[in-house]
Design a binder for this molecule. Structure first.
Ligand SMILES: *Cc1c(COP(=O)(O)O)cnc(C)c1O
Length: 383
């Protein structure tokens, strides 16, 4: 079955008892056992829940995993991977990185004796050079946040595996529609389900999709032992989100591509970072690695200072000023003061997260309205 058919049917069978075409939401915390010491398919909802299982089954089928695990948030999913490491282990991560991932690596994982090196993973040679005998995990993000850098997943998988490390890919921006990291050799694909999977700014959730059974078992053990599972309501909403994810992502990407092409032509914009533009350094790679579109996230640099950028982000109306992304509502943010405020100032400067950067999450509104909204923002902020 094709992607969008699997998104609707795999793991989402009609209810056997009633015939309801949508399976019921199982809110039970516990399940009757066949006998003392005998276990059915489900026993306690931290360990497993039918509604969560349905979402995990669909997501795993979309990304070609042997299984998936759903969490309370994206950070809980990331934490589960880091909690499977031990003291003395080393992580290499992309420098173009979600702010919360930077924080958990530098301020939580370090407490357990795990060390981290950030590198520009768009250059595989730099990744190779950063790996030590202690490196157990390579963590990449593509497109990266907020600079929209494109990382070669297959090349990173080859290097990581040759050097005895797992490769995990934060696939939140790319979505299962546009990139399927496990097919390119990654071991783990991670999602913040609050973004494109949910797609409507109305839930928190996270997920890991895992390629091989042994690693799935290990991560399941950590998840069950630590407990940050996705609840049944969110699991239902995520299953529902997956049913329309291909349509949403393709349409939002189409609008983003048109907006990016328009923004490049404006003198008020210094540069536009969008992998769908032919002059983007990762364009050719993105064409191979992303399935037919370049996503709906983009960043651009205003021809203005911190204050003008702040004014601009505060002056748009359809693009609402908020962190998060991936929903039908368009959002705008200033990474330096919002999503990447947790970066040390020196790291922001080093990795090019400047005050003039504006990040857009392009939603499902009409292109013309979004364009008019940005246009009036330019007029207000950059007179
Ligand atoms: C939002 C986000 C996360 C963290 O997920 P939460 O659900 O907020 O915990 C991680 N990576 C990326 C790229 C994100 O956008």
């Amino acid at each position: 079955m094709r992607f969008r058919t699997r998104a609707i049917h795999t793991g989402q069978e009609a209810d056997k008892e009633t015939g309801a075409v949508v399976a019921p939401i199982h809110v039970a915390s516990t399940f009757v056992q066949p006998g003392a010491g005998e276990w059915g398919a489900f026993d306690y909802s931290r360990s497993g829940n039918p509604t969560r299982k349905a979402f995990e089954t669909t997501l795993a089928a979309l990304e070609g995993g042997c299984g998936a695990l759903a969490f309370s948030t994206g950070m809980a999913a990331t934490h589960c991977v880091l909690a499977s490491l031990k003291s003395g282990d080393h992580v290499v991560a992309s420098s173009d990185l979600y702010g919360g991932t930077y924080r958990i690596l530098h301020k939580i994982a370090n407490r357990a004796g795990i060390t981290v090196t950030l590198v520009d993973t768009t250059d595989p040679a730099k990744l190779e050079a950063a790996i030590t005998p202690e490196t157990r995990l390579v963590w990449i993000e593509t497109p990266g946040n907020p600079l929209m850098s494109i990382v070669d997943i297959a090349a990173c998988a080859e290097i990581a595996h040759r050097r005895g490390a797992w490769l995990a890919v934060d696939n939140t921006f790319a979505t299962p529609v546009l990139t399927r990291p496990l097919e390119l050799g990654a071991d783990i694909s991670m999602h913040s389900a609050a973004k494109y999977i949910g797609g409507h700014s109305d839930l928190m959730g996270g997920a890991l999709v895992i390629r091989e059974k042994a690693l799935l078992d290990e991560l399941y053990f950590v998840q069950n032992a630590t407990g940050a599972i996705m609840g049944p309501w969110e699991s239902y909403l995520c299953s529902r989100g997956l049913k329309t994810i291909e349509l949403r992502v393709r349409e939002q990407s189409r609008t983003a591509q048109a907006l990016a092409e328009w923004l490049v032509s404006l003198h008020r914009v210094r540069r536009v970072l969008y992998p769908g533009l032919p002059n983007h350094p990762g364009h050719e790679l993105a064409k191979r690695q992303m399935d037919g579109a370049f996503g709906a996230m983009m960043t651009f640099e205003l021809n203005g200072d911190h204050a003008a950028t702040k004014r601009f982000c505060e002056s748009t109306k359809l693009f609402q000023l908020a962190v998060s992304l991936g929903a039908v509502e368009s959002l705008i943010s200033q990474p330096a003061s919002m999503s990447h405020a947790s970066f040390a100032a020196a790291d922001r400067a080093k990795w090019g997260i400047t005050d003039g950067l504006v990040r857009l999450s392009v939603g499902l509104e009409a292109l013309e309205d979004l364009q008019a909204d940005l246009d009036q923002g330019f007029n207000v902020a950059l007179k």
